[in-house]
Write a protein that binds this ligand. Structure first.
Ligand SMILES: Nc1ncnc2c1ncn2[C@@H]1O[C@H](COP(=O)(O)OP(=O)(O)OP(=O)(O)O)[C@@H](O)[C@H]1O
Ligand SMILES: Nc1ncnc2c1ncn2[C@@H]1O[C@H](COP(=O)(O)OP(=O)(O)OP(=O)(O)O)[C@@H](O)[C@H]1O
Ligand SMILES: [Mg+2]
Ligand SMILES: [Mg+2]
Lengths: 460, 460
């Protein structure tokens, strides 16, 4: 007969490790570095500090190709009470908020630890201080079939110096020779988008790669926001009602949603046929449907975007200039737009000529929430846009020395995979990237025609 | 401070519905039909019956674009005890086995129900009989934040006729106008790969599409198999040990793994330095590592493949012929191969000329475990292979009227997304598809040159 059973998310991911980006040892090494560094950058952003991130990869067993990856940061740290689940239980984390963060799923570091246990089975070490005084040392394993942490040891030290931050050490089967290029590209692109970060990477051969700090101010961090009425479905509304402390519908609407003032709240409730004094916890299913209907029929300003944290056109310009040394750069930072009630900002750039190599012709450097995307290019919305644009009309022929840079940031991005490798081809996002790139293309066209005229002028 | 919390998989998927293929109402309607029909075909395969599948889509609310999707099959049915969790709790199902099945994750139908609750919030109806006598009627909702079913009603009827099977009725927000083409393509391609199935589809306009049975024998169904030694990692070994009833290592190896006879079991244990009489439940971590090491250093025959269920070259040929009416078809069914200890079979075909339209030039029809793949083409391994082949060398120019068909089946396919939209570009699979397509291309080249000679002969 059929065997019905329940499994945990960690068990499923272990069976289908291709879901999380660990399909071979080379990609596994890259993905591990990415997940660790993304977490460190989120933590430093949370702590509002200039990031100091140290990464070391060591080959501990050449026969079995086991590597140790150690990442240390000066971020917010993880409170001792939360360490076991944060590092040992999938679908546990601190980023389930309506805020722009690099991590969002609550599984990233656990994916690394799981792969490590499948291929190497050394415990994971976490050393962290979240109060700058007590330092906790944990040795952990994941109990995969139960999705629970297993604490091997836990010690507390009192520091006589103020240190806050986190150190994570994992062992995985990897392939540095094939992963090296991608790891360096990820770190380099991360440095471009986060120039206030100081990153040091020591590789298995002892080579030191240092990405010095380019600016010394911490950028304005992302903030949490409330839902826009157009970003709410019936299940989310149920959740908002559950956590709301409002005693009547007017304050419920004004406190829990963007762009709703008193006047608009009254209008919405009238449209929905809901009494103003009703306690939101008493809303029936049909009243909730009526409320969402009213949301759909009332005009709202587009979602607020002050809570987002784009790269910034000066920073993007400077980062590209230092890295690619082109003869020309055009940057376009679009006004905020929105998709399903969530605000997003697109920033794009074109770099042309100079030191750009022929083999990098039409290379696309992508970012999502300031994180470099290095895989699954062909399904990504940026690639779809680049392929649609008639570049020749802008004086850019095939094989021109042009590099395209795209960044999309939002408090909710439409990721298609559990390793966030690419962004879905959503019409609103597609349109914004296209307008940004066309804007850059027009600037490039102007530059190229001026250059041509100057050249023909000089000829005479 | 930071808010650490745990969430359920259903809550995560509700927040990131782009993970499961429901990013817009049109794709949602398509994906819903796919998930329901895939489940029906799996159920009919389980019951070893000639599938009778009835699909009806009705528009129940034109303003809000709410559709009802009803799918009825004569498959194995779902035991009453299992219905609530099978239809109301993610990561619950009967397909967590080492067997080739269309469904594998235990979330498919729940993704449909979740999207329905987000956009329409009508209960789901399930009517099922698994013993041909008692018919159970359920009305269910999903409790999304807890990943639990909520049973609204449950009734039992005794049938005075023998009926076994399942009927599922869901309500979702959809867009039939934009989904129609894809739904029909999915059903048509499903009929090609499953010609023993009788499928009737009634659409919202009352149009009836019938896919008559092409053959009257039930194909050899897929079977469950045990792990090949090369398909086992440390976590899987832990699980195998946990469920094993063997009292010594020799029987443990022979009973739980493919390709291990008594002689080989002795050799493996000697290499690993493990006593033959040891109870497997007493294996230490280092002994388990030594066992996997020994597995890696012993030569094994490649995994058995008799448990797989390919389409069959005659069936593929006939299905393509009826559907595309080409002037020439080449089919290549490769011998079984393996990837990470799991056997897989590749079948490919090329159709040329005849009724193939110019706009379908180089169209790729893909299947995975007999299920048509209609999205994310550009990241799929088949597309990567097709783009690598120098078709002109085989007499096939750009814009030639050629359609390419690929099928990969296995008891474990490397899916990259939770909606199984494409197969990862794994070297072993890539290679097999390439060899199969080149084989077909050579046959096509032969045909085209013969055709050319005949034409020039006739000219004189
Ligand atoms: N270096 C770190 N500093 C501070 N907190 C960390 C660090 N690494 C992990 N954490 C904490 O552990 C939690 C789990 O991390 P994990 O990477 O699994 O998930 P996530 O980052 O929330 O989301 P994602 O799965 O998208 O990466 C985080 O939410 C964060 O609270
Ligand atoms: N029409 C049906 N007939 C018989 N059993 C069914 C039917 N539909 C669903 N089931 C049962 O419900 C379970 C859950 O279905 P669901 O689609 O969620 O997961 P799955 O098919 O196992 O995997 P996947 O997520 O890949 O689709 C199945 O494993 C199966 O046992
Ligand atoms: Mg993370
Ligand atoms: Mg299913």
């Amino acid at each position: 007969g059929k065997k019905y059973k329940r499994i945990t998310i960690s068990k499923l991911i272990q069976e289908y490790i291709s879901l999380t980006g660990f399909e071979n040892p080379s990609k596994a090494l890259y993905t591990s570095v990415k997940e660790l560094v993304d977490n460190s950058l989120d933590a430093c952003e949370e702590a509002r500090v200039l990031p100091e991130i140290f990464i070391r990869i060591l080959e501990v067993d050449p026969d079995k190709r086991i590597f140790n990856i150690l990442v240390w940061d000066n971020g917010s740290g993880v409170p001792a009470f939360n360490v076991p689940f944060a590092f040992g239980s999938m679908l546990y984390g601190s980023k389930y908020t309506t805020k722009q963060t690099r991590g969002v799923f609550g599984i990233g570091i656990k994916n690394v630890i799981l792969y490590g246990q499948m291929t190497a089975h050394y415990p994971t070490t976490v050393i962290s201080s979240s109060d700058g005084r007590n330092i906790y040392y944990f040795e952990l394993l994941m109990e995969v079939s139960e999705n629970k942490p297993h604490i091997i040891s836990c010690k507390r030290y009192v520091a006589n110096f103020a240190w806050r931050g986190t150190l994570v050490s994992v062992f995985i089967k990897g392939n540095y020779r094939n992963a090296r290029h991608r790891i360096l590209e990820y770190l380099k692109n991360t440095a471009i988008a986060n120039p206030h970060a100081h990153i040091v990477f020591i590789d298995p051969h002892g080579v030191v790669y240092e990405f010095k700090r380019g600016i010394s101010e911490v950028p304005e961090p992302p903030k949490e926001t409330v839902y826009h009425p157009h970003g709410v479905d019936l299940e989310q509304l149920k959740e908002i009602i559950l956590h709301s402390r409002s005693k009547d519908m007017i304050s419920f609407l004004m406190d829990n949603f963007q762009r709703i003032g008193r006047k608009r709240a009254i209008e919405i409730l009238r449209k929905a046929g809901i009494p103003e004094s009703l306690n939101p916890k008493k809303l029936t299913i049909s009243q909730r449907k009526a409320l969402l209907d009213a949301f759909r029929h009332v005009r709202f300003e587009r979602p607020q975007s002050g809570h987002l944290s784009p790269i910034g056109d000066h920073i993007l310009y400077e980062g590209i200039r230092k890295e690619l040394l082109p003869e020309f750069i055009a940057v376009s930072a679009r006004k905020p737009s929105s998709y399903r009630g969530h605000a997003f900002i697109v920033e794009c750039a074109l770099a042309y000529g100079g030191e750009i190599k022929p083999k990098d012709s039409f290379k696309i450097i992508r970012y999502a929430n300031k994180v470099p995307l290095l895989h699954s290019l062909s399904e990504d919305v940026s690639k779809k846009v680049v392929d649609e644009i008639k570049w020749s009309r802008y004086g850019v022929p095939m094989q021109a020395p042009i590099v395209i840079v795209t960044h999309v940031c939002s408090d909710k991005l439409p990721y298609r995979t559990l390793c966030k490798e690419y962004i879905a081809d959503i019409p609103e996002i597609h349109q914004e990237i296209k307008l940004a790139l066309l804007e850059c293309a027009r600037k490039l066209k102007l530059y190229l025609s001026k250059k041509k005229r100057r050249a023909s002028f000089l000829k005479r």
